[in-house]
Design a protein around this ligand. Structure first.
Ligand SMILES: C[S@@+](CC[C@H](N)C(=O)[O-])C[C@H]1O[C@@H](n2cnc3c(N)ncnc32)[C@H](O)[C@@H]1O
Length: 272
C-alpha cells in the first residue's frame, strides 16, 4: 500500500496543502465543534456510544474518550518523570499537556515540520504521534528521523488512520482515495506497509493493535454528523462550507462503516 503513494505532487506541494488544511479556520472548527484540546478520535467504554442523532460536542464523555485515546496510545512507552517526550504533530498540545501534568515528564510539541525533526541525535526518550503521520508526504523520512532522535531503547508510540490490510486496488480507489483529498492525506498506509517502513527505519515493532472495539462509537459520531449535514442540505442550506464538510465526512463514514478504513496504534523501539 505504501507503494500506492502518489508521486503526482511534490512533497513541498503536499506540505502546503496540509498547512492550508490546518489553517486557523479548520483548526478553530475542530476546537469549537469537536474538542478544545484534542484533534483526534476518542475511545469509549461500553454504554458510552452516542445514540443516533446525538452530538457529542464538548461533552464530558467525549473529553474522557480523548484522554483515554492518549493514555492507550502512550501506555507501551511506560513514560516516567525523567523522560523527554516529543509529540510530532501535536495540534494544540492537549496530549503533551496531559502527559506533563500526569507524569511530570519533560514534553515538547512540534507541528508542521518540513523535513527534519528539530532535535539532536539520540536525545529523546519517547516520540508520540497521534493521527498526524497520515498527513506526511514522506513517512519513511519521518520514521528515519524518529530513529535518529530517539535514544537507544527509545520508543515511538502512535495512532494513525490506516487502510485495512489486503484491500484490492479497486477497493482502495473506491473507499480510501475519496478520503485522502478532502483531509489532505497523500495516501494511507495499511498495517502491513506500516510494519515495513518501521522496519526499514530500524524500529522494531513491539505492538501493533486495534482498539478492541473501543473506537467503534466514532463511526456512530461520524454517521450522526453525516446525517445532520445531509438534513441541513435537504432543508435548503447549501453553503460551500457545509458542502465541503459533507464531502469530507461522507466518504469517511462509508469507508469506516464498511470496514475499509481503521484506526490502529503501534509501539516500535530503537535497538539498545
Ligand atoms: C489530526 S491533527 C492531530 C493533532 C494532535 N496529534 C492531536 O491528537 O490532537 C494532525 C496534526 O498533524 C500536524 N501535521 C501535519 N503535517 C505535519 C508535518 N509534516 N509535520 C508535523 N506536523 C504535521 C497538523 O498540524 C495537525 O496538528
Amino acid at each position: 500500500m505504501g507503494q500506492r503513494n502518489k508521486d503526482k505532487e511534490s512533497h513541498a506541494m503536499h506540505g502546503s496543502k496540509v498547512v492550508g488544511y490546518y489553517d486557523t479556520e479548520t483548526t478553530g472548527l475542530y476546537l469549537t465543534g469537536w474538542n478544545r484540546d484534542h484533534i483526534h478520535f476518542g475511545l469509549f467504554e461500553p454504554g458510552e456510544c452516542p445514540k443516533p442523532n446525538e452530538w457529542f460536542r464538548d461533552s464530558e464523555i467525549h473529553a474522557r474518550a480523548m484522554v483515554r485515546m492518549v493514555e492507550t496510545t502512550v501506555a507501551p512507552a511506560e513514560i516516567e518523570r525523567q523522560h523527554h517526550v516529543v509529540d510530532a504533530g501535536c495540534g494544540v498540545g492537549g496530549a503533551v499537556i496531559h502527559l506533563a501534568r500526569s507524569r511530570g515528564c519533560r514534553v515538547t510539541g512540534v507541528n508542521i515540520v518540513p523535513q527534519h525533526l528539530p532535535f539532536p541525535d539520540h536525545s529523546v526518550d519517547v516520540v508520540l504521534n497521534i493521527e498526524s503521520a497520515c498527513h506526511y508526504a514522506d513517512r519513511r523520512n519521518f520514521l528515519r528521523e524518529v530513529h535518529r532522535i530517539l535514544k537507544p531503547k527509545g520508543k515511538i508510540v502512535a495512532t494513525d488512520w490506516m487502510a485495512r490490510d489486503g484491500l484490492t486496488d479497486v477497493q482502495y480507489e473506491r473507499y480510501i482515495e475519496p478520503i485522502c483529498e478532502p483531509y489532505a492525506l497523500p495516501s494511507l498506509e495499511c498495517p502491513a506497509s506500516y510494519r515495513e517502513i518501521l522496519a526499514e527505519a530500524g524500529l522494531e515493532v513491539r505492538e501493533f493493535e486495534d482498539f478492541h472495539g473501543k473506537d467503534a462509537a466514532n463511526v456512530q459520531i461520524v454517521e450522526n454528523a453525516c446525517k445532520l449535514m445531509a438534513g441541513l442540505m435537504i432543508g435548503g442550506i447549501r453553503t460551500p462550507e457545509l458542502r465541503r464538510l459533507y464531502g469530507q465526512i461522507q466518504p469517511l463514514h462509508e469507508a469506516w462503516s464498511g470496514g475499509y478504513f481503521e484506526l490502529r496504534r503501534y509501539c516500535a523501539q530503537k535497538a539498545a
